[in-house]
Design a protein around this ligand. Structure first.
Ligand code: ADP
Length: 842
């Protein structure tokens, strides 16, 4: 069985061009095409060993020339003693590895752009190192050129991809003016599904393209009037089956308890964004402006850089174009204005980001993924990225309006039309994919219908999300595909990086778009019998990436695995979890692949949405005796919340009795059985306990039976967001005995609300809760090392002793938790680093 896994580690020799994506560093990297076109431009010529000059492009001996250059580049790196990962921007390093010297040089040069030189943050030394290396590299290349062994045609050297001075990448134009009719327009652009227009300049293709996937159909609304609603659609008929996606086999072993604090293999600060948080105020000298684009400039913000629809396509009532940095970059400022304009926090790294997930708070939520989908886009938008967040439209969401755009996709071997809804809020373009299957699911996002029903919903979401940047007229200006990065989340959207590669990039569409996959929970992977893969329109050459043969699941289709292989970068939601995923205990059968791809994998700890989870502004704390509070009013505010909570649950109102709480999905993961198994001891300590959760039937019954056994224990079985806020505010100690916890948000919310968490030191819990040290008076909670009843009880005992006998220490613990910076700002900055790394990766 294990050999089955390893045999999948390398790609088939005959794998077509898809293998150039995120292929890893283990010799799988095929030769690149020139980034600006299909045919490698003759950026340089190389003299062969026999001294005869040969032009790579002229002779067509592209591979040989690249091999020679690659060798030369390796020598260069060795000669200057450089460790590529450390000293060069990944862009340069990746390009070097690919044998693309011109790009490497450009990337190095781009990484030294003026604004970076002005960088005064902690990465200054890295920048200096890069500069040194670049200088040496260039010097050596000039020498080589002078000696005649290499000849660089500088007129052909292009700036690094996506740098603001780079020429526009070959792109598909967005819905063209021809689409102003409400009539369905069949995609002319046959190779990529669902676009109405053709590539700007046809280029000869060096390889015979495989036959394209079926084109999609787009309908645009007429100029001023939205088209009438599409005729009622029948939900797709699925083969009846009662089976569900098989989650990774439940593993009895707890995740390893002693991962390193830091991620296993941190990525180099690749093209790391300058820390511009301290960007000069308008009165100080202006930050250096981005190099002028060679592209024709749009005159106004509403004129899109690429493929913007004509003015007539702007919809009545649509919000004004989101003037994010991305849009503004293409707007010519009146003289003098630029001098005083502040750069966005992301500086020159501003991108277009499209985040896609199966749930998105506050509209839809079953757990932490929904919270992240609701919060990270806002933080990215705050940094200046033009940000879109996409989820299905499970219900009619107030405020989200019909864009009138209809696109038809082929999913599960039949055609389906989706409608895009849009809401601009908090700087983010929220886009909802409308189709009857989502309404049918309603709140049962993952449990409605059969496994194939869920698979259908996921496939449709991914396909519709990939087209959204072209068709959704966010503020009148669709995103287009240049400088674009998708962020997919968990297995539900793992098809997105696969489709991006197999349906677009392999056909020279969306060539410059990138996809990051975020791993929130490895236990769910989209496992199913392999023959079901035929439903998902996977190009034959990519089918192998879905194949997994593991000891418990046997041979099967694994959607998460394919996403992991196809994504340009991977993120786990904490450093500890990034490490755990690469262990046998935490990888759920995919650890080997993640280890293989550790070069593109890192952990980033989630933040919390301080608009939603802030005791000073929490809407749930305005009635029924609850009170909003801050660290300064902790004593009175928290006491009021505790009393209100005790009252609401019918407990004795007593400030001195320790009030414990649990909130979470009722699942093996969450360790609720540890509370159940320690219950008698716990309740014997003169405590009160409130539990809120929903999930597995047997565990819901456990909650009910615990409530029935002791009047000091109350259980709420169900999903109630207001109640989650109130419990978080009113309890003294939050119990989180999770067996594994990728990040965990409840412990973060708890600390923000002056509630002290007691956690199993695993995954994100270990990253975010510092153990209390009574001697140093430090730490923010209690931790225990093994997910077993005895260590759990011992930690509870320590917590209760502190609460009852050392109130000052307990108070200090609460305050330290409240002082922690848990905002998304820092995490968003790290996501930005990943996006930049992906952007410069081919
Ligand atoms: P997970 O994503 O594994 O479910 P997290 O701790 O990351 O766990 O996130 C859980 C989120 O779901 C939190 O916002 C929590 O408040 C919420 N939540 C979980 N169960 C419930 C429930 N029964 N009612 C309301 N909110 C819940």
């Amino acid at each position: 069985m294990a050999s089955g896994l390893s045999s999948l580690g390398s790609r088939p020799i005959a794998a077509p061009s898809s293998s150039r994506v995120a292929g890893g560093r283990s010799g799988r990297r095929p030769m690149l095409r020139n980034p600006a076109g299909l045919v490698p431009a003759p950026l340089w010529t190389v003299r062969g060993a026999n001294g005869v000059s040969s032009s790579a492009a002229a002779s067509g001996d592209w591979k040989r020339s690249n091999d020679e250059l690659y060798k030369l580049q390796q020598e260069l790196l060795e000669e200057v003693g450089a460790s590529p990962g450390v000293c060069l921007a990944t862009a340069a390093e990746e390009s070097l590895a690919d044998g693309s010297l011109g790009r490497a040089l450009c990337a190095v040069v781009a990484s030294l752009a003026p604004s970076r030189e002005a960088d005064r943050d902690s990465r200054a030394d890295t920048v200096a190192e890069r500069k040194k290396l670049a200088a040496q590299l260039v010097q050596r290349l000039r020498k080589e050129a002078a000696e005649g062994s290499i000849c660089i045609d500088e007129s052909k050297v292009q700036p690094a991809p996506f740098s603001s001075s780079s020429p526009s990448p070959p792109s598909i134009s967005a819905p063209s003016s021809s689409a102003t009719s409400a009539t369905a327009v069949t995609a002319k652009n046959a190779v990529a599904p669902a676009t109405t227009a053709v590539k700007t300049a046809p280029r000869p293709s060096p390889v015979k393209q495989p036959s394209p996937p079926p084109p999609a159909t787009v309908r645009q609304p007429p100029t001023a009037v939205r088209p009438a609603s599409s005729p009622p659609q029948k939900a797709p008929t699925m083969p009846p089956t009662s089976t569900a996606f098989v989650d990774a086999p439940a593993q009895k072993k707890a995740a390893p308890s002693t991962p390193p604090r830091k991620e296993a293999k941190p990525l180099p600060p690749v093209g790391a964004p300058p820390n511009l948080r301290g960007a000069p105020p308008s009165t100080t000298p202006a930050a250096p402006k981005a190099p002028k684009s060679t592209e024709p400039k749009a005159k106004t913000a509403s004129a899109a850089p690429v493929g913007s629809p004509p003015k007539s396509l702007q919809f009545p009532g649509a919000p004004p174009p989101a003037r994010t940095a991305e849009v503004e970059a293409d707007v010519e400022e009146p003289a003098g204005v630029g001098a005083t304009k502040e750069l966005p926090l992301a500086g020159e790294n501003v991108m277009k980001v499209v985040m896609v997930g199966a749930e998105m708070a506050p509209w839809s939520k079953t757990g932490g993924l929904g919270d992240v989908m609701g919060a990270l886009p806002k933080a990215l938008a705050h940094r200046g990225h033009r940000t879109m967040a996409i989820a299905p439209r499970y219900e009619n969401y107030e405020g989200a309006t019909d864009t009138g755009v209809l696109v038809r996709f082929r999913v599960f071997n039949s055609d389906h039309e989706v409608r895009y809804y849009h809401q601009y809020k908090d700087g983010v373009d929220y886009v909802f994919i409308d189709h009857p299957v989502y309404h049918n699911a309603g709140k049962n996002i993952y449990t409605h219908g059969s496994r194939l029903d869920l698979g259908f919903r996921c496939a449709l979401l991914c396909k519709a999300a990939l087209e959204a940047p072209w068709h959704v007229p966010c503020g009148g200006v669709p995103y287009g595909d240049d400088n674009l990065c998708f962020i997919a989340n968990d297995w539900h959207t793992s098809l997105l990086p696969v489709y991006l590669q197999g349906h677009y990039r392999d056909y020279e569409k969306m060539t410059f778009a990138r996809a990051i996959l975020v791993l929130h929970n490895m236990a769910h992977q989209g496992r199913a019998p392999f023959d079901e893969l035929s439903n998902f329109e996977i190009p034959q050459h990519m089918e192998h990436s879905f194949y997994l043969d593991d000891p418990i699941g046997g041979e099967h289709m694994n959607i998460l695995k394919a996403g992991i292989e196809s994504a340009h970068r991977l993120v786990a939601v904490s450093h500890g979890y990034a490490w755990e995923c690469q262990t046998q205990e935490g990888g759920w059968g995919l650890d080997m692949y993640l280890r293989d791809m550790s070069w593109k994998f890192r952990g980033i700890v989630n933040g919390i949405d301080l608009h939603e989870w802030n005791p000073a502004t929490d809407e749930a704390l305005t009635t029924d005796g609850y009170k909003q509070f801050t660290k300064e009013t902790l004593a009175t505010g928290k006491a009021a919340c505790k009393a209100a909570l005790q009252k609401e649950f019918g407990l004795k109102v007593d400030p001195d009795v320790p009030l414990l709480g649990f909130i979470g999905r009722l699942d093996y993961q969450k360790g609720i059985d540890l509370i159940r198994d320690s219950y008698d001891w716990l309740m014997g300590q003169n405590v009160q306990m409130i539990m809120l959760g929903s999930g597995r039937d047997d565990l819901e019954n456990d909650l009910r039976s615990m409530e029935a056994r002791n009047p000091n224990c109350k259980a709420w079985v169900g999903f109630n967001v207001t109640m989650a806020h109130r419990i978080t505010a009113g309890i003294d100690i939050l119990l989180m005995p999770s067996r594994f916890e990728p990040c965990g948000l409840n412990q973060l919310y708890a600390m923000a609300y002056g509630t002290v968490p007691l956690v199993h030191a695993v995954g994100g819990l270990r990253d975010t809760v510092q153990p209390y040290d009574p001697y140093e008076n430090s730490g923010t909670g209690w931790t225990f090392d093994r997910a077993e009843a005895e260590p759990f009880k011992s930690a509870c005992n320590n917590a209760l002793v502190t609460f009852k006998n050392h109130r000052e220490s307990f108070r200090a613990l609460q305050e330290r938790g409240m002082e922690k910076d848990m905002s998304w700002e820092h995490a968003a900055e790290q996501y930005e680093e990943v996006m930049v790394a992906a952007k410069y990766q081919w």
